[in-house]
Design a protein around this ligand. Structure first.
Ligand SMILES: *Cc1c(COP(=O)(O)O)cnc(C)c1O
Length: 382
């Protein structure tokens, strides 16, 4: 297969070979059921508990506050439905935002059908939630606030610490979806004032099908599944041992290389952005100019239908996306770009490039050349 220039790291990442090496023995050597009392079972159990304590250390949590789940989607569902169902006697109001990932948005929509009331806060032109609007929308019946840390489409980073402080002052539980930010921005659950936080393995060069929900000590949630007493009686089912070992290793590598990855990827992204702004007129960068993930470049090409460009890029071996991968089969414009106040046309023209550690300057040059070719063939106002 021709080598792919992969610029879709917010959709998923390749698994780091070191992570694969670490996972391998847990498929065919230490394959025991962690609940079994024999040697193989005990070894698997030990691997889980070591991973749990390593992982907890990285976000300044306690090991018993780490709940391994099947991914970011389950983490969001368990946080929001789990908290809402267990605590509905305290109130039925939830605050979230219009730019959440579908795992949060659709969970909230489901809860509305179950008798909960949900406020979807708007965002500013950069996609940020104003902490003041969170404060103003709190009512006596508010039990939960869920605001995304860094947006998966435009990379905008929300003022989570400020929102967390407001929630704490009002004694309201605060959840954040940190699937995109984890490993790129230091996360300390104490400093951020969060009680529930979602992480996914495959967005941090780890495996798919594994995630973490941080659940602050003392917080009671309703289970989504019923079965055995696994994961401190919060998530039944035989543990995904290789996945758990893999996500802990991937998280450790992200932690160890955080600074150097940022320096490398940010300089590539900035070069890409500067060249685009220099070479093409009538384009617009979506998301916050500075408070944005260093690997994100989301651009609206005025008058373009992004699907046509994406097909052209794909034909040349370049993988990018229009907004969220989860909506890739849906030709409606992104709900996130629409929320920035852009027209339907502009939203339909948004293309997302998300860079990763393996990208090179040569690859960016190649993409720039292909873009020039595309726009010279499709002469309009560019
Ligand atoms: C990818 C993603 C999810 C879903 O995670 P999965 O592990 O794919 O279920 C949730 N939230 C955000 C912000 C994401 O980018």
């Amino acid at each position: 297969m021709k080598k792919i220039v992969y610029l879709d790291h917010s959709a998923t990442t390749p698994v780091n070979p070191t992570v694969i090496k670490k996972m391998n023995p847990y498929f065919y050597e230490i394959y025991g059921n962690p609940s079994s009392p024999h040697q193989l079972g005990r070894s698997a159990k030990l691997a889980i508990e070591n991973s749990r304590s390593h992982f907890s250390y990285l976000i300044n949590a306690k090991p018993e506050e780490i709940c391994f789940v099947s991914g970011g989607t389950e983490a969001d569902n368990l946080a929001i439905k789990g908290y809402a169902f267990f605590n509905r006697s305290k109130g039925n109001h939830i605050i979230t935002s219009v730019v959440e990932h579908s795992a949060v948005l659709n969970t909230c929509r489901f809860l509305e059908k179950q008798g909960f009331e949900v406020t979807y806060l708007p965002v500013d032109q950069y996609g940020q939630v104003d902490p003041d609007s969170v404060r103003k929308n709190i009512k006596p019946s508010t039990i939960l606030i869920s605001i995304i840390h860094a947006n998966n489409e435009i990379g905008t980073i929300n003022p989570i610490k400020e929102i967390g402080t407001i929630a704490k002052d009002k004694n309201i539980i605060f959840h954040t979806d940190a699937v995109q930010s984890f490993g790129k921005i230091p996360i300390n659950v104490e400093e951020l004032n969060v009680s529930l936080l979602s992480i996914s393995g495959h967005k941090i060069y780890g495996p798919k099908g594994i995630g973490v929900l941080f659940i602050r000590k003392g917080i009671k949630i309703e289970k989504l599944f019923h079965g055995g007493p696994h994961e401190n009686n919060r998530r039944p089912g035989t543990e995904n041992v290789p996945g758990i070992v893999g996500i802990a290793e991937a998280a450790q590598i992200m932690h160890n290389t955080m600074k150097e990855s940022e320096t490398k990827i940010k300089s590539l992204r900035d070069y890409f952005q500067d060249e685009l702004l220099y070479r093409f007129k009538n384009i617009r960068i979506n998301g916050h100019p500075t408070n944005r993930l260093y690997n994100n470049l989301n651009i609206s090409f005025n008058g373009l239908d992004s699907e046509i460009l994406l097909l052209y890029l794909d034909k040349h071996g370049i993988a990018a996306s229009s907004g969220s991968a989860c909506h890739a089969s849906n030709l409606e414009p992104s709900h996130v770009i629409m929320a920035l106040g852009q027209s339907y046309q502009k939203a339909k023209s948004a293309v997302r490039f998300t860079l990763g550690v393996e990208n090179t300057k040569d690859e960016i040059e190649f993409v720039l050349n292909i873009l020039e070719l595309f726009f010279s063939k499709n002469k309009q106002s560019w």
